[in-house]
Ligand binder design. Structure first.
Ligand SMILES: Cc1cc2nc3c(=O)[nH]c(=O)nc-3n(C[C@H](O)[C@H](O)[C@H](O)COP(=O)(O)OP(=O)(O)OC[C@H]3O[C@@H](n4cnc5c(N)ncnc54)[C@H](O)[C@@H]3O)c2cc1C
Length: 437
């Protein structure tokens, strides 16, 4: 049976979230209960919406942000916390569609996105457990060759990498599973909910009015945008849609033309009890975040309080896999068999907004309604950049935003009803390839 409501599944997946358990949120902002006027309306209080709101308010614009639930209660407060160089699609869509010079600009922007995280942490005093360091791993000879290529490409682009294979691998990660690995310091990790709440605090301080429990159910377009929530209304000259996979769930008519261009893919994480710090350092050198190069990848790292946060096991049908905790624990033990006795204390998940070609999907509907989606699992860093670009575009410097807006995107075949089964079939093939490796 297909799930009836993606929203219900999404809420269920947030019930045992380690980040929520380790953070004290401020009291909920009150829902919108009046009619307001603003320069810019932001729909969605994840990292994309918060980042856009902060940047716009810093440019002197009056900003109202409407969030359907709590700020950063979506993917932004649940993710693996891995801030990764580049794009999920690699450079090919940029090179093919935009040419070499603009592809290089897009690459540079991805590096800027990483720098922006550090700049914001410093500028707004955000304590979010930031660590620099990332290890990429491969579990077969074929994947080790692909990893070597990835390593060489990164080095050619100026990212210093430390390569290891065979007996050298335990220098970077002490796991019997991997044939090759490399380490670089451009990418890294952080506690995403702490970071997002820090950006929300900075946005409020810059003057952004944030309303929680205020889903936008309808949006009238025109020279003035009019957004309706269950108990209020906002009129604004400009709008930014940053609702990710749940935008159409709350307001099916808000932007029906962009919803079919992303696919909600479920991904899940377990959090273990704390380990001895020396054991963490022995298992993963330099406190790095790790991910493999399988199509259905494993991604993991230690938290500041020495828990292993281990993610993986994607679902392309929207349905949460049965025995999720058990399945993830099995995957974790394949990587670190010595952790057999380590209890799992948290299990949560959420939906990643993937686009067909895995390139970010930013653009404009008419001349005053912007949208940011399709982060395809690289949103932790790219949402910050997206917010900055949309603010620049609104302020009249459309250059970089239009770089992304020029990328062509396609709807997933089958429309909202059939896209999941169609993709699920396609993905089976890639999983089979991972297994045959
Ligand atoms: C389990 C998991 C692991 C991940 N791991 C990583 C990782 O390690 N590294 C990485 O880079 N990326 C990762 N991602 C992806 C990353 O989290 C996202 O790309 C990023 O958070 C997207 O931010 P966003 O603001 O677009 O969306 P969200 O954070 O989902 O925010 C959208 C917000 O909009 C609200 N909303 C929706 N519709 C409406 C409406 N109509 N009215 C009002 N509000 C609305 C929602 O309630 C939500 O709060 C992961 C995602 C998941 C789920």
């Amino acid at each position: 049976m297909w799930p009836r409501s993606l929203r219900a599944l999404d809420a269920q997946l947030n019930q045992s979230n380690y980040y929520e358990a380790s953070v004290k949120r401020p009291a909920a902002a009150s829902p919108l209960q009046s009619a307001l006027q603003a320069d810019v309306l932001i729909v969605g209080g994840g990292l994309a919406g918060l980042s856009a709101a902060l940047e716009l308010a810093q440019r002197g614009l009056q900003v109202v942000l409407l969030e359907a639930a709590r700020v950063a209660s979506g993917a932004s407060g649940r993710n693996g916390g891995q801030a990764i160089v580049g794009y999920a699609c690699g450079q090919i869509p940029f090179e093919q569609q935009l040419g070499a010079a603009d592809a290089q600009r897009a690459w540079n922007l991805s590096l800027q996105a990483l720098d922006l995280i550090d700049q914001r942490i410093a500028a707004h005093g955000i304590d979010c457990d930031r660590v620099h360091g990332y290890t990429y791993v491969a579990d077969s000879a074929r994947k080790a060759r692909a990893l070597r290529q990835e390593c060489d490409e990164l080095q050619q682009r100026g990212v210093a990498c430390d390569w290891a294979e065979g007996a050298q691998v335990p220098r970077l990660i002490d796991s019997p599973r991997y044939r090759a690995a490399f380490f670089e310091r451009r990418s890294g990790h952080l506690q995403p909910l702490k970071y997002a709440l820090g950006i929300a605090r900075a946005a409020r301080a810059a003057g952004v009015q944030i309303f929680e429990h205020s889903p936008v159910t309808q949006l009238r377009r025109g020279a003035t945008l009019v957004a309706h929530t269950p108990h209020g209304m906002v009129k604004a000259r400009f709008g930014v849609l940053a609702g990710n996979c749940m935008l159409a769930e709350h307001g099916p008519g808000v932007a029906p033309e962009i919803a079919p261009r992303i696919m909600p893919v479920g991904t899940y994480i377990i959090g273990t009890a704390a380990l001895d710090p020396a054991c963490c350092e022995r298992l993963i050198a330099a406190g790095a975040a790790v991910c493999d190069n399988n199509f259905a990848l494993d991604y993991f790292r230690f938290s500041r309080d020495h828990r292993l946060l281990f993610g993986g096991r994607v679902s392309y049908t929207g349905r949460t896999p049965a025995q999720l905790q058990h399945l993830l624990r099995q995957r974790m033990l394949r990587v670190f068999p010595t952790l057999q006795e380590l209890p799992v204390q948290f299990v949560w998940g959420g939906f990643v907004d993937i686009s067909m070609n895995r390139a970010p999907d930013f653009g404009r509907l008419g001349d005053n309604l912007y949208y940011l989606q399709g982060f395809s699992g690289h949103g932790l860093a790219l949402t910050g950049l997206a917010g900055q670009l949309v603010a620049q575009a609104l302020a009249g410097q459309a250059g970089h935003f239009d770089l992304f807006a020029r990328l062509q995107h396609r709807n997933f075949p089958g429309g909202p009803l059939l896209r999941t089964p169609t993709l699920a079939l396609g993905m089976l093939w890639y999983r089979l390839r991972d297994a045959l490796a």
